[in-house]
Ligand binder design. Sequence first.
Ligand code: DGJ
Length: 732
Amino acid sequence: MKRIVTLALAFLSLSTGVLAEVVQINTPGSSLVMQADKGKKLKHLYYGTRITDSDAANLKAAGAALLNAYPDYGVDPSVEPAIAVEHADGNMTLDLVVDGIESREENDASVTVIRLRDKAYPFFVNVCYRTYPGLEIVETWTEISHSEKKTVRLNRFASGYLPIRYGDVWITSFYGSWANEAQIQCEPLAHGMKVIKDRDGVRNSASARSEIVFSLDGKPAEDNGRLIGAALCYSGNYRLIVDASPDKNYHHFIAGIDETQSSYSLRPKETFTTPVLALSYTDKGLGQLSRSFHRWGRDKKMLHADKLRDVLLNSWEGVYFDIKENEMDQMMADIASMGGELFVMDDGWFGVKYPRNGDKQGLGDWTVDTRKLPAGIPGLLDAARRHGIKFGIWIEPEMVNIGSELYENHPEYVIKAPNRDLTYGRGKTQMVLDLSNPKVQDIVFTVVDTLLTRYPDIAYIKWDANMPIRNHGSQYLSADNQSHLFIDYHRGLEKTLRRIRAKYPDIVIQACASGGARVNYGLLPWFDEFWTSDNTDALQRIYIQWGTSCFYPAIAMASHISAAPNHQTGRSMNLKFRTDVAMSGRLGMEIQPRNMSPEERDQCRRAIEEYKTHLRPIVQHGDLYRLLSPFDRLGAASLMYATPEKDRAVFFWWKTEAFCHKQYPRVKMAGLDPDRNYKVTEMNRIDLKPLAFEGKSFSGRYLMDKGLEMPLSHNAPSADEWASRVLLLTAE
Ligand code: DGJ
């Protein structure tokens, strides 16, 4: 029997235990175990429910397949590699073996680094793991370096690898498009190769998300079953590969930067750090997996999640590019009168030589257009002060139009391949600035810095990005480093955001990208929230927000009440339904309030008041329980949030089909304490007659076993087919 020396026995049960040969990375409920014998390949032994040290020591005997934990290309070229390189001398192979193990405490995290080195070349890979007390996430990434004589070309450089045991494995992934983001695809894992990727270059989450769920016990359920969730935290091009080769007992999951035309020339002594791949295991179903990611997301990944978000009005769907000082003032007055706390002026406020009256010009010239706003931003800030609310502003600092002073003076700053024409995006005139260029990084920093030093009262920035990289070429990078463009763009972006955050740690910044094209944990360390979708249609939002909720918490999901008929779908839905959907995320408005009737405004005022007083802390800081999926097409959808103490909860129920005499399932609640009684109060009530259960109390046990019967329509003058209900549950 092998001798096992525990290096980290002093750690509590939440910590990382490092044994001399068996490395066990623990979260409260899971263990990731590797065999790390010095001079030998690093082997994956186990990922699943937390196990004891003695079980960990016997995993080989129990039949662990001993697959390489970070498969390298070369010694067995048939294996799908996590890393593949071309050495300075042209050798295409790697043979990485364990050189050492280190563990350290880093702020509130435990980090374990398994050092690998090539048997014949001075080429090194650190395989790193990070865990946090109380959180069910293992973060993994690699640090790649060498001291060969010349550059080594990295052809593949994944963040992590995980074998998934063959069985009734299903995968859940998220695809979409503009205004239809985060659609759920759930399918049995078939033989062959499944690739999920996005190559937008700038934004990466509209067409496919960099998150995946493996369900090990067949089709995933919300409240049971063994699941592994993975989220690649990266804002650039990525690729998730699931190689389900028929000749092995394991599927192979590899996640990292997409290397297509992006091989990287690594200089001697330079370290290439791959993005974090966040993993989570649960045996309690998709709901628990989501809650694990949400908690980690709020605690470790996104900014200011301990603070509740303001209720805001954004000007876009209200006035689009038609910014006028008096209308900004009127919108501020209106949102203030409805109880809102913040007004955000969207696109259209800037451009002197090239006024931004549409999407064809002006990007790059962030000077206020005083024809539209004679009193400038100080005037708007004064107005906000007068109305007792905060003020925020829209920018798209990574982009430029051909009609802009910036482009006129610096055509060399845009992304463009040599000997090729310029390619345009939005408005057929938009281009992407080359953030691999430090001068461009300075320009982007300065856009924010100038606004915030001149107008320190600006409380919120909506940071938009509406174009992909359409033309692979950097006018800054050298000819032999053109393949670095996609990676260096995001390094430049990260550097700029880090600089902004170092100087402005408190400002609230929203990540917007043609709606939800930048929903990714790779960006959230610098942002407070994202714009979930440009589609504000309440019905379609139920689906988009549902898909997004699988990995992201409600506090990050901007969700706005907009006009009827909806500007994207043309569908008209009653104000209560629109409000009830928006209230299940970070509530805001996206409308010209002047066009609302006094009754509608009053209805919104009451809803905002209830949201702020009762719902906001539960929705934004509570635990999510998804109850009835819209994707199951049963005619309704339902979810709820409960505080971690289970003393308050809010239940949402929306009809998703307007069919006559349809039968609807009764929805069981979740996340309550079975032994406590909860008083039911309807929120955003429009009914003339209270619901039968209004003010009554029910035990958590009853509510979770049976639930309450939802009326299918509203007993109110404005009632129509799109019924919805929001119930506040308060423990007695
Ligand atoms: C795209 C965004 O998603 C919208 O919300 C809006 O800000 C427009 N850009 C403005 O051009």
